[in-house]
Ligand binder design. Structure first.
Ligand code: ADP
Ligand code: MG
Length: 701
């Protein structure tokens, strides 16, 4: 960064030590650079004036002109407030202040014309504007004219010290001319010319003080592109490094284990998508390069089988393999299905989770280091330092979105050469997000479900239609099907969560009385053995209804279950709803997902329910999820190691710019992989500076 940006904010005109302290403690703004990169969060057209009669309580910020015709202080003590009546030719509105009354009162004069700016709200059927920005009309007109007024986030504490959005705007107004000639450009000249970008200074100027909507848009574009470009350069350099510098084991032999399994033991014909992915994996592992591959496939698309065959390939080449799952339940299920499929091949499979007993652990460790165990299945426990393999050649990570780049890197250290890594996710990640979070990985997609599956029908009912839903459940049970009923898990309060489930259980027991009906209950507070017992009853069709909290989200596979009822569905996130729905539709029967909600839904809640009703496509769902929640809230992205609290770009909304940045980064690195050419000096220098502060990519350095 050029030195001018490191200058202490205290010295800026109008700031001073006291305000500087507040800016630092409230927003972390300490230097000119910090302030300059504190971007507005919105812009309002200040050329537009409303008449008072036009206002209503649903409007966001509005600007009106009028005279103050009355001014009074109301209430006592903490309830004291200042009320001013503003009048124009169309009517009157009250302006209210709860804080800084004295100061405001001194500023305001009766019968003077003011420009008032704020949000109208309706209180007791009367419209008012609390804590408006207010300015004498004659002063207002003498200010430089920015049609688009920028708005900055501030805090309550700042507002009480008059460090409001307007104040920050004024700081930017003083700061920008100071830096004009001293700012160093952060993109190469040829890129700016080629893509007709604004210069850094023009962009910063227009982001704070837009001269026109067009220039604002160009400023935003340039700054977003720059932010995303540097991320892509970082990721692609990591990818290049992996491709060129890390050697992998050569799995060039397709031997007896793979062939025997494929010819004689495979339980069904592979889908074309599964075959395609296996080919991609084969090509990726027989060249001496290390594989780093992301396998995306919707719930039920058959990723486990692909994982198993990939491991058999490693075993054929005399390596060991491991598969890592996010929960003990899921690890257990992998153990069961994989042991069953390889039982006749004579391959030793073992399980290692957090609850493995110490004495069993020792035996497992020994079998591993001697190379006797060929497949190790487990949870995070697998990456503990005490776990050593004789020759680990293949690592499979299931439900990968919960593991970050850092954890993947740790796996590589298990051996002198790096094992191949296949990460599998059942929650598809939108393409542009994947490009950022997992941009260092190659991608395979299973885009086809095994044959014979009927798409699940999803229906939304309000709670008042409960009897109708119960009727439908009875019909399904009468024809031999089984039913899940899921209650939300509230992390903050296990007690509350349990209460929801208990209340539900009571009404369901009444509606579905024994002996005709029987019910299994599974929730987070049960001991694992009790839980297993209850699940087992359901799996063996001894019970027809399984009432559960989200413990069942991963793990259970009961093809005969054809109905998934989700209670308070509005409280679940989209990816969770999609995962839950994936528990049914596993057999040949028509399956149903019933989303129960209260009558009142938030906009986001409604959108989530509509999305579930409209589509079964996990990719589409994840796109909506990303738009609704933003990338920082998508499960597991926090540990990714990529900074997601981007200053200006939004991975959900700016997907086209993400793609554009990716293309530019690829082009740059294709011509100049190490950024050694003079024209790329700016990039190289800026990357070095940035990386000092950001995530430490120790692998590249
Ligand atoms: P996921 O991708 O969600 O991990 P699974 O691997 O658990 O999916 O597979 C879901 C179900 O589909 C399992 O019961 C599995 O046995 C079955 N399955 C997998 N591949 C095929 C196939 N090619 N044909 C038929 N059924 C399959
Ligand atoms: Mg799976």
């Amino acid at each position: 960064m050029p030195l001018i940006l490191d200058e202490n904010i205290t010295y800026l005109k109008g700031v001073g030590p006291q305000k500087a302290d507040i800016l630092a403690s409230e927003l972390g703004l300490k230097t000119y650079g910090d302030l300059l990169y504190h971007f507005p969060y919105k812009y309002i057209d200040k050329t537009k004036y409303y008449t008072i009669r036009e206002l209503n309580g649903t409007m966001s910020f509005v600007q009106v002109k009028g005279k103050i015709i009355h001014l009074e202080t109301l209430g006592e003590g903490r309830k004291q407030r200042l009320s001013a009546t503003l009048h124009d030719s169309s009517g009157t509105i009250k302006l209210i202040w709860f804080k800084g009354l004295k100061w405001v009162k001194q500023q305001l004069k009766a019968n003077e014309e003011y420009v008032v700016f704020g949000k109208p709200t309706s209180f007791n059927n009367q419209l008012n504007i609390t804590h408006p920005e207010i300015e004498e009309l004659k002063k207002h007109d003498s200010k430089p004219d920015f049609n688009l007024q920028s708005f900055y986030h501030t805090t309550e504490k700042m507002k009480t010290r008059f460090l409001n959005s307007k104040a920050i705007h004024n700081f930017q107004l003083s700061l920008l001319p100071l830096i004009k000639t001293k700012l160093t450009e952060t993109l190469p000249a040829y890129l700016i010319a080629k893509h007709k970008l604004l210069s850094l200074y023009e962009s910063l100027y227009n982001i704070h003080l837009p001269l026109s909507p067009e220039l604002l848009q160009k400023a935003q574009f340039r700054l977003k592109l720059e932010e995303l470009l540097y991320i892509q350069l970082k990721i692609l350099r990591l990818k290049n490094y992996q491709n060129n510098s890390i050697s992998g084991f050569n799995l060039d032999k397709v031997g007896d284990f793979f062939n025997n399994f494929y010819k004689e033991h495979i339980p069904f014909e592979l889908t074309n998508a599964q075959k395609k992915v296996l080919r991609e994996i084969r090509h990726n592992t027989n060249t001496g390069k290390q594989m780093n591959r992301l396998l995306q496939g919707d719930v039920g698309s058959g990723k486990t089988l692909v994982a198993l065959m990939t491991m058999l390939l490693a075993i054929d080449n005399e390596f060991q393999a491991c598969i890592m799952a996010p929960t003990g339940i899921l690890a257990n299920q992998h153990l069961e299905s994989i042991s069953e499929m390889v039982s006749s091949l004579g391959i030793k499979v073992e399980l290692l989770t957090g609850s493995t007993k110490q004495k069993d652990r020792r035996i497992i460790h020994e079998n591993l280091i001697r190379g006797e165990t060929k497949i190790l299945i487990g949870t995070h426990a697998l990456i503990e330092d005490t776990v050593r393999f004789k020759n680990l050649g293949m690592v499979i990570i299931d439900e990968q979105h919960r593991f970050g780049v850092a954890q993947r890197a740790k796996l590589w250290k298990k051996n002198t050469k790096a094992p191949h890594v296949l990460v599998m996710t059942a929650t598809p990640i939108p393409r542009t997000l994947a490009m950022t979070l997992y941009g260092d990985l190659d991608v395979s997609v299973i885009d086809e479900l095994p044959p014979g599956r009927k798409p699940i029908q999803t229906i939304h009912y309000h709670d008042s239609k409960r009897l109708r839903v119960f009727g439908f459940i009875k019909e399904q049970i009468d024809i031999g099907r089984q039913v899940y009923m899921v209650y939300p898990l509230i992390k903050e309060s296990e007690a509350l969560d349990y209460k929801d489930l208990e209340d539900g259980l009571e009404s369901i027991s009444r509606a579905f009385p024994p002996p005709k009906y029987s019910i299994s209950v599974v929730h987070g507070k049960m001991k694992p053995t009790e839980k297993d017992k209850a699940m087992d009853l359901f799996v063996r069709k001894q019970t027809q209804i399984m009432i559960a909290t989200t413990v069942i989200e991963v793990g259970v596979n009961v093809p005969n279950a054809s109905v998934m009822v989700i209670e308070s569905a509005e409280r679940f996130g989209l990816s969770q709803l999609h995962q839950l729905r994936g528990r049914v539709g596993r057999g040949a029967e028509q399956s149903y997902c019933i989303l129960m909600t209260g009558n009142k839904l938030t906009n986001d809640g409604r959108k989530r329910i509509e999305t579930m009703v409209n589509t079964n496509d996990g990719f589409e769902i994840s796109e909506v999820d990303l738009k609704l929640r933003g990338p920082g809230d998508i499960e597991g992205t926090q540990q990714s190691g990529i900074p997601l609290d981007l200053k200006i770009a939004n991975l959900g909304k700016d997907s086209q710019i993400v793609q554009f940045a990716r293309n530019i980064a690829e082009e740059i690195l294709a011509n100049d992989p190490k950024l050694e050419k003079p024209e790329n000096y700016v990039l190289k220098k800026y990357i070095e500076q940035k990386w000092k502060y950001e995530f430490n990519w120790s692998l590249i350095s």
